[in-house]
Design a protein around this ligand. Structure first.
Ligand code: ZN
Ligand code: ZN
Length: 734
């Protein structure tokens, strides 16, 4: 009585006081512990029983095997099996069913099948055990085959069989098979069972058919919170987040109490659609229900706030968590910082995480590598790489691809290549990361070669690989090759060209001066015209000084994207290049009148483990005096070497002299000067810029690289420029 009422303490007290105990007393106390989830205590008691010289009977063995199954104690289970044979209990069908169940739950399907096939007769329980065992071990297909056999032997399925079968169909996502099982259920008495209904809804949702799931859900005579959870999670998995949120409201209206599973699904839905308001409401609800301390709910809250762009709230939830002993919540916050553009904060949090003794995992490392890649923090990236080796995560393929990506984006193609070539296996992501690296660095030939290798290796290339390939061709001026690949995309690789591919091709033709062809290409596009594709053509007009086309195209760009400054900037540049300063200035005035702000130029450089950021006309840096002095000396040396400042890029309605001064203070020049005075002679400089590098800075950097005899590597918004000995790797083609 005490055991069945769940009070094992009382049960044990009575048991201990019993003057004599027979096998029934032991069976009751062992089975009681198993039912209350105290399997280890049950196994201890079994050993004690043997020491006291009592002979176990079939009921004892069923209890012991259930205990082994629930905690996965395989060795203990095997010993029990030997014992069963010694006692001659192996023909007892309850014992054998428990044996099959124990082996299956311990992941030993072979042993389970061997015991099962030795049984002289299979009843529905034996079939249920072996079928469910296969489902738990991820062998859904085999489970369905076993069901066929069961029917051939003429055994009628019960509701447990149906639940196992539906789980099997859900796990291998076979909708057709699931519908057949559903049909059989409608002919059985189990259709109205709650567990069967829930499993049906779950099966349809996991097989991606929310329509069928809704139909079953609405017909259910009785629904509990599991039914609602399955529906809500199903909508989230199928990408119908709005429906998930509506259903959540309906659930509350019907007076059902959501639990942590519901909240996790709802928060995921909010995160995916950026529904901050709904997310906040769910948060209030979570506090009311007392679920805020659940660690899965907490991590989902952090993730939701971070993805909805409210990092402050994410931090607050994180700080309010009672324990930070779970890597998931750290990962959620670290990824949040990275996505919010606060890479430095993410790295600090990682330090803190390690100090608190937590083990980072592959998700942590991928987020950190993304942080390093986005700000170009090569040294920081190398340190993360060391940690990855230390924690043994380097063979994880996501980490490997992110490492390749990080090194490529931080400018070190040699490291990217080393990591790539040492990867234990490659997939389309790692190949594409490498391809993108070649493209960014303007290594056109290597990119093409790499792409061909990739195809030879039988990697199924996808749309992204072609974007990398085409932009590689564009950056390297490989026009014919690029056009050839563009043509073969559909015919050879069966990939539909998207607007992004067209933008690459327009860029490719435009840079090569084939402006008319580029414009024809835009009109031939089977998509709604978008601003990026026109902008690609507009920058080509700037490079080639085509004022007439530039004016026409600007109109198109401004029609599609009136709030973006780049259309105005490009046209103003085109006029300036043609020497028409009045028109150039009037375009800028128009921009200001319409309240369109341009993105400020920002450049940063990593020196001695610290990222230093410079803005145009920056005066804030503590070493600004030294930087200005260095720039002054450089300007003199550059002048002697024949450098003429190109004032068309200044774009300010001021007299010539001021323009020259202003140009001197473009943020990349400040960063380069700072790099020169803070590092030993000969050290290469790695510079990162948020916008495309201007023509004047490009020429100036070529001169500077030659004068100071250093390699200067600049990553601008588009690609890498490797400046060395007076030339740039882009061959002035960017
Ligand atoms: Zn510049
Ligand atoms: Zn360049």
């Amino acid at each position: 009585m005490y055991a069945k009422c769940g009070s094992m303490e009382d049960a044990v007290r009575v048991f201990d006081k019993m003057p004599t105990r027979d096998v029934v007393s032991w069976n009751v106390i062992i089975a009681g512990h198993v039912k209350c989830g105290q399997a280890h205590e049950a196994l201890d008691l079994f050993r004690q029983m043997q020491r006291e010289g009592l002979q176990p009977d079939p009921v004892t063995f069923v209890g012991v095997l259930n205990a082994c199954a629930s905690v996965g104690a395989l060795e203990e289970g095997r010993r029990a099996h030997e014992h069963i044979i010694q006692c001659g209990c192996e023909s007892n069908k309850f014992v054998v069913n428990s044996l099959v169940d124990m082996y299956a739950k311990c992941g030993q399907l072979e042993d389970a099948t061997r015991v099962f096939s030795k049984m002289p007769l299979h009843d529905v329980v034996s079939w249920n055990v072996i079928i469910a065992g296969h489902v738990t071990c991820g062998q859904g297909q085999k489970a369905l085959e076993l069901f066929q056999q069961m029917q051939q032997e003429g055994v009628q399925p019960d509701c447990i069989t149906f639940v196992a079968l539906l789980n099997a169909c859900a796990s291998v996502m076979v909708l057709g098979e699931g519908k057949r099982v559903h049909e059989q259920i409608t002919q059985s008495p189990y259709e109205s069972y709650l567990t069967v209904g829930n499993s049906l809804v779950d099966m349809y949702a996991k097989c991606g058919s929310m329509e069928d799931a809704v139909r079953v859900f609405e017909k259910m005579p009785l629904r509990d919170f599991v039914s609602w959870n399955v529906m809500i999670s199903g909508y989230v998995k199928c990408g119908q987040e709005r429906e998930a949120l509506e259903l959540f409201q309906q659930m509350q209206q019907e007076g059902l109490q959501p639990d942590s599973v519901t909240f996790v699904a709802v928060l995921n839905a909010c995160a995916l659609v950026g529904a901050l308001k709904e997310g906040r409401r769910a948060h209030e609800h979570i506090i009311e229900c007392g679920c805020e301390l659940n660690k899965f709910v907490g991590s989902s809250l952090i993730d939701m706030y971070a993805k909805c762009g409210s990092l402050d709230d994410a931090v607050r939830v994180f700080n309010n968590m009672p324990l930070h002993d779970d890597v998931i919540s750290w990962n959620a916050l670290i990824s949040g910082y990275v996505k919010g553009g606060q890479g430095q904060k993410a790295l600090e949090l990682f330090q803190q995480m390690r100090q608190e003794g937590l083990q980072p995992d592959s998700v942590t490392f991928v987020a950190l590598l993304n942080a390093c890649a986005s700000v170009g923090a090569l040294e920081e990236g190398r340190r993360v790489h060391e940690h990855i080796i230390q924690y043994g995560c380097e063979s994880n393929k996501f980490v490997g691809s992110s490492l390749v990506d990080m090194y490529a984006k931080c400018g070190s193609m040699a490291d990217a290549w080393r990591v790539f070539s040492e990867m234990p296996s490659w997939d389309v992501v790692s190949w594409t990361a490498m391809l993108q690296g070649f493209a960014m660095h303007g290594h056109g030939d290597e990119a093409l070669e790499h792409f061909e290798y990739m195809c030879e290796e039988g990697i199924e290339v996808h749309s992204v690989a072609f974007i990398c390939l085409l932009s590689a061709c564009s950056h390297a001026g490989l026009v014919d090759e690029g056009l050839g690949y563009f043509d073969s995309m559909g015919s050879v690789y069966g990939i539909c060209a998207t607007a992004e591919h067209y933008t690459c091709i327009v860029d490719l033709l435009g840079r090569a001066g084939r402006l008319q062809e580029a414009e024809d290409m835009i009109h031939a596009m089977p998509y709604k015209l978008s601003a990026p594709v026109w902008k690609a053509l507009l920058s080509a007009c700037r490079i080639h000084g085509n004022v007439e086309m530039g004016e026409r195209i600007t109109e198109q760009v401004l029609k599609l994207d009136p709030d973006n400054a780049s259309g105005y900037m490009l046209l103003s540049n085109i006029y300036a290049a043609a020497g028409n300063w009045d028109l150039s200035a009037s375009v800028q005035r128009q921009r200001l009148e319409r309240g369109v702000k341009k993105q400020p130029g920002r450049t940063w450089i990593e020196v001695n483990d610290e990222v230093h950021t410079f803005l145009v006309n920056d005066q804030d840096h503590p070493q600004m005096n030294e930087i200005h002095a260095a720039l002054k000396t450089l300007t003199g040396q550059m002048h002697d070497a024949g450098f003429v400042p190109d004032t068309q890029f200044a774009l300010h309605d001021v007299e010539e002299e001021k323009k020259v001064i202003h140009l001197c203070h473009h943020s990349e020049k400040l960063a380069i000067a700072f790099g020169l005075i803070s590092t030993p002679p000969g050290t290469p400089l790695w510079i990162f810029k948020n916008l495309r590098v201007c023509g004047d800075c490009h020429t100036a950097t070529k001169f500077i690289a030659k004068i100071v005899g250093r390699r200067i590597i600049v990553r601008d918004a588009n690609r890498f420029h490797h400046f060395e000995d007076g030339v740039c790797s882009c061959v002035d083609y960017w």
